[in-house]
Write a protein that binds this ligand. Sequence first.
Ligand SMILES: [Zn+2]
Length: 293
Amino acid sequence: MIGRFFLSATLAVLAAPALACGPDALGVARELPVGGGVAVGLKTYPRTLALADKELVLTFDDGPNPPTTAKVLDALKAECVKATFFLIGKNAESAPAMVKREIAEGHTIAHHSYSHPAVTLRNLPLEAAKADVDRGMEQDDKAAFGAWSGQTRSPFFRYPGFGDSPALNDWLQKRGVSLFGADLWASDWLPMSADQELKLLLARIQKQRKGIVLMHDIKKNTAEMLPRLLRELKKRGYKIVHIVPGPAAPALASAPAGWFSETERALAHTWPKAPPGMGAAAAGKAKAAPGPL
Ligand SMILES: [Zn+2]
């Protein structure tokens, strides 16, 4: 009995920081382990995580960028919300303290290549693309965990600009890396005010009601509107699901009839003269993508 009492008391103490947010905080409704090298996110793939109505997974790309990433982390902390950060390796390399803060505050770190090539990874020669992915994972892990074992501790990846390829997918999935697209996004790569971004994203969430949400923690407007977004999600009864690396594939939901890859259409539009497999030199001359980053 005494042992049980001490265990309960210890757990109560350990749980105390979460209570600092108060009962009105948005919080995390559940943790969802993801493994098995799945490829999810309806913008790109014909399946996604099986989420319940009004469940959202929050993800942020392209960081860390200390001034804006710190604000995003502050906003998440104030609401006891956990998110997933798809890091650019060279940013992690130059701002490791910010990556360590993400880990310390309970977030998941994930990978988004080393250099975020403007032409996308699919338009690089295969070996160059693989090298960029590996270098990114190494720098992210070094920043997050202080070490690189040759295999990432966080096998989650999102392609820059959603520019995947069958060969890269196969290579990553065989290594157990799960591929994340998105179900909806903030379009925060487009010029708009924080108010406009908040309104647009909330309207999309209300319409779709659940899914993996993509934002960018490098964007000032996103950092600015995030506290209001989280408050509004709480008011409207949304629940946050925190994805973490897991041992097996999670339950998945298939795309509805009539599904098509929105990102594939955007890529075809963005790169009319840059078919997959083009040489690196030619690819380097292509214009930067105006689409999803
Ligand atoms: Zn990106």
